[in-house]
Design a protein around this ligand. Structure first.
Ligand SMILES: *Cc1c(COP(=O)(O)O)cnc(C)c1O
Length: 474
C-alpha cells in the first residue's frame, strides 16, 4: 500500500488487496517444524512445510520392499515413462464423470471392444462390458449378473419359493469368489483338490450342479500353481448335464491373469466366447494387461447375459450414461493407461512381451529343478508362474525356510500350504512378470543355490512363519 493512499483505499486493500491464501499452502512456523515432531496417530495441530512433510513420508516408505524383486504378486510393477506421463496427466479425471470426460469414456469403450474381439465375442460390437478397479470388482459384477439371471429363471419355474442359490468352483479359487459368496449370500460349492490335480475337475463340477446353481467359475490361470483350468471340458461336462437333466448352467471364466496371456501365446486353446456356454469373462488390466494397479475388466457375451435392471443411469453429473460398477468415483488414469498399452503393443507386441515372460519362467523352473532339492508342480508353460516343493528326501528344511532365507537376499518368494484335500502339501511359488528379466532370474537361482548347503545342514525345519505363509493370494 502506498503511503499517500486515502483511508478508503487503505480499507479496500486491507479487505481485498491480498492474494487469497489457501490454508493448504501454508507453511508451518519454521522454528516449530524444526523442533516438534508431529504425532504419529493423531492429526497434527498445525501444518508442516511441504518439503518437510514430503521427506517424512518418503523416509517412512523406504523400508517397503523393492517391487521388481517381489515374485509374489501378479500385479504390474513396471511401465514405460510415457505411460507414467499419461497417467499423471489424467490423475484428476474421475471415471464416473463420463459426460465431463467424454474422451476418457470413449477410450474405455474402445478397450471393451478390443477385448470383446480378442476373446471372440460372436458380435464384438454387441458385447457389453466395463472397466473396474480390478478383477475382484469384475467378479462381483459377473457373479451378480449370474445370480440375477438365476433368480428370474427360478421365479418363473417355482413362483413363491425361497431357494438358496449356489455357485460351483474349484477349491483353488482366488479369495474374491469366497467374498462374492459371502457378501451376496450364495452357497459356495467347491471341488476339492485330488492327488496331483490342483484345480477344478469338469465332471466333479458338473456333479455339484443342481437347479439352484447360478453358474460355474472356471479359472484361466489358478493363483495356486499357474495352471489353466480345462474350460472347454468343463463346458462339455455341463452340456452333458443339460442333456441328461435339462439344467442349463452358464460358465464364467475368471481370466484375471490368463485372459491376457492365452490370446497371444495359446491361440489354439478354446476357452473364451467361442464356447457358447461362456457367459462372461473378467481380467485384471493390472496383471498381464501390463498396467499399474487399479484396473480390471468385465465383459458379457451379449446384452442378454447382463440383466438390464442391474445397469444404473445417472443424470446428476449431466448426461445420461449407463454404468455398472460397485464404486462411484474412481480414477480414470488406469483406463487411459490400458488404452495406451493396447495401442502401443498391439497383438505382436503383446505376444513378444508375454512370450519373453513365459520363456523366463520356463527356464527358471528348469534351473530350480536342476538344483536337485526340489520337485516342480508346474513348469511355467501356462501362466508364466510355477510352484515347487521340496523333494521327498529333503528332511532338514522346508519351503518356509527357503522363503525366509530368500527374503534375506531381498527376494519375495511366498510359501503356503494347499487347500483341501492337499493340506499336506506346502509349496513355493514364483510369478514372472514383464520386467523380471532372465538376468534377474539367473541371480535368483544363484542365490537359491548358495543357500542350499546351509539349509541342508539345519537340524530340521525351523517352523512355519505365518507372515510368510499369507503373502501369496494376489
Ligand atoms: C488376482 C486374481 C483375482 C483378483 O484380482 P484383483 O485384480 O487383484 O482384484 C481374481 N481371480 C484370480 C484368478 C486372480 O488371479
Amino acid at each position: 500500500m502506498h503511503p499517500g493512499a486515502d483511508k478508503k483505499t487503505q480499507e479496500y486493500e486491507k479487505e481485498y488487496g491480498r492474494l487469497a491464501l489457501n490454508p493448504f499452502y501454508g507453511e508451518a512456523d519454521p522454528v516449530g517444524s524444526m523442533t516438534s515432531a508431529p504425532p504419529r496417530h493423531r492429526l497434527p495441530d498445525r501444518p508442516l512445510a511441504p518439503a518437510t512433510a514430503y521427506q517424512l513420508v518418503h523416509d517412512e516408505l523406504m523400508l517397503d520392499g523393492n517391487s521388481r524383486l517381489n515374485l509374489a504378486t501378479f500385479v504390474t510393477t513396471w511401465m514405460e515413462p510415457q505411460a507414467g506421463v499419461l497417467m499423471a496427466e489424467c490423475r484428476d479425471k474421475n471415471m464416473i464423470d463420463k459426460d465431463e470426460y467424454p474422451r476418457t469414456a470413449e477410450l474405455e469403450r474402445r478397450c471393451v471392444a478390443m477385448l470383446a474381439d480378442l476373446w471372440h465375442a460372436p458380435d464384438p460390437a454387441g458385447a457389453v462390458g466395463c472397466s473396474t478397479t480390478g478383477s475382484s470388482e469384475a467378479c462381483m459384477l459377473a457373479g451378480m449378473a449370474l445370480k440375477r439371471r438365476w433368480a428370474k429363471r427360478n421365479a418363473d419355474r417355482y413362483p413363491g419359493q425361497d431357494a438358496v442359490p449356489n455357485l460351483v468352483m474349484g477349491v483353488n479359487v482366488q479369495v474374491c469368489w469366497e467374498k462374492f459368496c459371502n457378501f451376496w449370500e450364495v452357497e459356495a460349492r467347491q471341488v476339492p483338490m485330488e492327488g496331483d490335480r490342483f484345480h477344478l475337475d469338469p465332471l466333479a463340477a458338473a456333479e455339484l450342479c443342481d437347479e439352484n446353481t447360478i453358474g460355474v467359475v472356471g479359472i484361466l490361470g489358478s493363483t495356486f500353481d499357474g495352471s489353466y483350468e480345462p474350460i472347454a471340458e468343463l463346458c462339455a461336462a455341463l452340456d452333458a448335464l443339460q442333456e441328461r437333466t435339462g439344467i442349463d448352467v452358464p460358465v464364467h471364466v475368471d481370466g484375471a491373469s490368463g485372459a491376457m496371456v492365452a490370446p497371444f501365446l495359446d491361440e489354439d486353446l478354446v476357452w473364451d466366447f467361442r464356447l457358447p456356454r461362456v457367459a462372461s469373462i473378467n481380467t485384471s488390466g493390472h496383471k498381464y494387461g501390463l498396467v499399474y494397479p487399479g484396473v480390471g475388466w468385465a465383459l458379457w457375451r451379449s446384452a442378454q447375459e447382463l440383466p438390464e435392471e442391474l445397469v444404473f443411469r445417472v443424470n446428476y453429473l449431466g448426461g445420461d450414461m449407463p454404468t455398472f460398477a460397485l464404486n462411484f468415483s474412481r480414477p480414470g488414469a488406469q483406463v487411459v493407461a490400458q488404452y495406451y498399452t493396447f495401442l502401443r503393443l498391439g497383438r505382436e507386441g503383446f505376444r513378444a512381451v508375454q512370450q519373453t515372460t513365459r520363456d523366463v519362467a520356463r527356464a527358471l523352473a528348469e534351473r530350480v529343478e536342476a538344483l536337485g532339492d526340489f520337485r516342480l508342480l508346474t513348469r511355467g508353460n501356462e501362466l508364466p508362474v510355477f510352484a515347487f516343493t521340496t523333494a521327498p528326501e529333503v528332511e532338514r528344511y522346508d519351503v518356509f525356510d527357503v522363503s525366509r532365507r530368500l527374503r534375506e537376499r531381498g527376494w519375495l518368494v511366498p510359501a503356503y500350504t494347499f487347500p483341501p484335500h492337499r493340506e499336506d502339501l506346502s509349496v513355493l511359488r514364483v510369478v514372472c512378470r514383464n520386467g523380471f528379466s532372465s538376468d534377474l532370474a539367473a541371480m535368483l537361482v544363484e542365490d537359491l543355490g548358495r543357500l542350499l548347503p546351509e539349509l541342508r545342514r539345519q537340524p530340521g525345519p525351523l517352523g512355519r512363519d505365518e507372515s510368510v505363509a499369507t503373502a501369496f493370494h494376489h
